[in-house]
Design a protein around this ligand. Structure first.
Ligand code: NAD
Length: 256
């Protein structure tokens, strides 16, 4: 893979730092590292640009692709900026509402945009396994549990929401029930959803299927953010060659 000129937004955040480290390891050129109210001068010798100055900097420096891990409203703003500048953008942020998702889709009509709630290849494999299990085990009770670090803002996680959507597509109908309290007997077609927040856990997702005196537990655990950073960079390298449009991480995996 030839080196790409990368802009990273959310550069001093947990994911931004992991992306910059992985990009430099792969020999890419991080030409712009942007953060809101930069709390330090540089990461790996890459100077941090204040988000207020990003438009001017984008005009100065050629960028092949932007990788964004910020927050929903900021990501939409960067996606619209990328569309104006015709720069491909990889969006890793989660927690978008419907209006924000629509704005991302509108930006994708003008520039290649790839959005994924999870850049782990293991999660892609988990999703495929859940598809098989939900088809093979009709009527089995399903519960989805996710566990993340104590600073995660959105709940349930974007990945848990994607798993719920996938189960809903296969089952035809399902009713997410978020936690249970008091007198709460399980009723079909509910799917229990549980979000745990503790310590510095990178990310865990479990799908439990049970009935007929058997239990199937499908679990994915990420132990390092480098996993997501690697996937986001795979996506960035792939996206620079695409036409404007809305892409998912599955396209990158299925194309490799
Ligand atoms: P974080 O809070 O550690 O980092 C976010 C960074 O973005 C912070 O440094 C913040 O100051 C910065 N920021 C906010 N608004 C900005 C703006 N307008 N311009 C520039 N920088 C801005 O969070 P994190 O753990 O790195 O996660 C970021 C997002 O990525 C979350 O939505 C999280 O759920 C998601 N995430 C996705 C994946 C994936 O694989 N897709 C993996 C992990 C986290």
């Amino acid at each position: 893979m030839s080196p790409v000129r990368l802009a990273v937004t959310g550069a001093t955040g947990r994911m931004g730092r992991a992306v910059i480290d992985a990009a430099i390891d792969r020999g890419h050129d991080v030409v712009l590292a942007v953060n809101r109210s930069p709390d330090r001068g540089s990461i790996q010798d890459v100077e941090i640009t204040d988000s207020a100055d990003v438009e001017t900097r984008l005009e100065d420096r050629p960028v092949d692709v932007i990788v964004d891990f910020t927050g929903p409203e900021s990501s939409v703003r960067y996606a619209e900026m990328a569309a104006d500048a015709r720069i491909p953008i990889v969006v890793g942020t989660t927690g978008f509402d419907e209006g924000q998702s629509d704005r991302l889709a509108a930006a994708a009509t003008r520039t290649p945009l790839l959005r994924a709630a999870n850049f782990s290849r293991g999660i892609y494999a988990l999703q495929r396994a859940v598809e098989v299990a939900a088809r093979a085990l009709p009527g089995y009770n399903i519960e989805v549990t996710e566990t993340h670090h104590n600073a995660k803002l959105d709940a349930p996680s974007g990945t848990a929401k994607e798993l719920l959507a996938l189960i809903d597509r296969i089952r035809g109908e399902s009713e997410p029930v978020h936690g249970r309290e008091g007198h709460a007997p399980r009723q079909d077609p509910e799917v229990g959803v549980h979000a745990r927040r503790a310590g510095d856990i990178t990310g865990e997702h479990e799908v439990l299927l049970a009935a007929n005196r058997e239990t199937l537990e499908l679990t994915h655990r990420a132990s390092d953010r480098g996993v997501f950073a690697a996937g986001a960079l795979d996506a960035a390298e792939w996206l620079v060659d695409q036409d404007p449009g809305y892409y998912e991480f599955a396209a990158v995996i299925e194309d490799s």
